[in-house]
Design a protein around this ligand. Structure first.
Ligand SMILES: [Zn+2]
Length: 295
């Protein structure tokens, strides 16, 4: 039984005419042939007979609303992605366009497989930490992963701590904008953090805010058991704040608690080795061009 409150009024029709998929009930009102519930009745205070949706129509309407809501959500996510670094520079990074060298192939295959098993990765909060020399294509590779996950309808956000802190500083007085960003970073299914360790954290109190911000973002993901996919020129051990007096030339000055979380969150830590991607792409372009200019 549906109560008056649940009845959805069909305003389109003024006059009551029996339609093909209806029959007239004992009370003289139209009923749905499929679900046998009325399509009109005296609703409202004036006692006028008005059309409303039968149970199956109401269900269908709800389904349509649900689909529309999903569509809008997806559109919103696309917009977010368009605004993120991934949208601006890496929209065309796709696994099928990637020039793969033999040394890089094992890691690239792992990353492809990660996307294939995204559901399980998400459920377990498993992330990946990818490190390697500058120019080997870490960002390109993770952009391919990001685009692939978007294609598979996951919510993805691609950013870096440099970009996050720039954003937070820009919105320093706007708590709403700040909280919106932190919420997004916490809730998105797959968070990509590019170029970790380049934040120029000083090994003194002047960087306390940056240290805390980085920790907080990592910790929110950790607590929510959501995966992060990181790239860095540094090994994870090189991210940690150095012991005073030790060699500090190649450390990112992350706090120990931050690095500990990162290790827990990224059970897989892989080194991407390979030729410089830019040179590889330049060589491919040159070969392509020579092929075109042959005759
Ligand atoms: Zn019906």
């Amino acid at each position: 039984m549906i109560g008056i409150k649940d009845i959805k009024i069909d305003e389109k029709e003024e006059k009551l005419e029996i339609r093909e998929d209806e029959y007239i009930g004992e009370n003289g009102l139209p009923y749905c042939k499929k679900c046998h519930t009325p399509r009109a009745g005296a609703i409202g205070t004036d006692g006028k007979i008005r059309r409303f949706l039968c149970e199956c129509q109401a269900k269908e309407q709800e389904e349509q609303n649900r689909i529309e809501k999903l569509r809008k959500e997806k559109e919103y996510i696309r917009e977010i992605i368009r605004q993120s670094a991934l949208g601006k520079n890496f929209a065309d990074c796709l696994f099928e366009n990637m020039v793969v060298s033999d040394t890089a192939r094992p890691v690239i295959d792992k990353c492809k497989s990660y996307c294939k098993h995204a559901d399980e990765m998400l459920k377990n909060g498993y992330g990946i930490y990818i490190y390697g020399d500058a120019g080997v294509g870490k960002t390109y590779l993770t952009a391919c992963m990001g685009n692939e996950l978007v294609r598979l309808n996951y919510r993805v956000y691609f950013t870096s701590f440099n970009e996050i802190t720039r954003n937070l500083k820009k919105n320093f007085d706007d708590n709403r904008a700040k909280e919106d960003l932190l919420c997004l970073l916490e809730n998105v299914s797959f968070l990509f953090l590019d170029d970790m360790g380049t934040e120029n954290i000083k090994n003194d109190d002047s960087s306390a805010w940056l240290q805390t911000t980085i920790y907080e973002i990592i910790n929110r993901r950790y607590t929510a058991k959501k995966p992060i996919i990181c790239t860095s020129n540094l090994k994870r051990s090189e991210l940690q704040k150095p012991i005073p007096g030790s060699n500090q030339s190649r450390t990112a000055n992350y706090e120990e608690r931050t690095v500990q979380r990162l290790i827990d969150m990224c059970p897989m830590c892989v080194e991407l080795k390979g030729e410089n991607m830019r040179l590889l792409h330049a060589k491919k372009a040159k070969d392509d061009m020579e092929e075109i200019l042959k005759d």
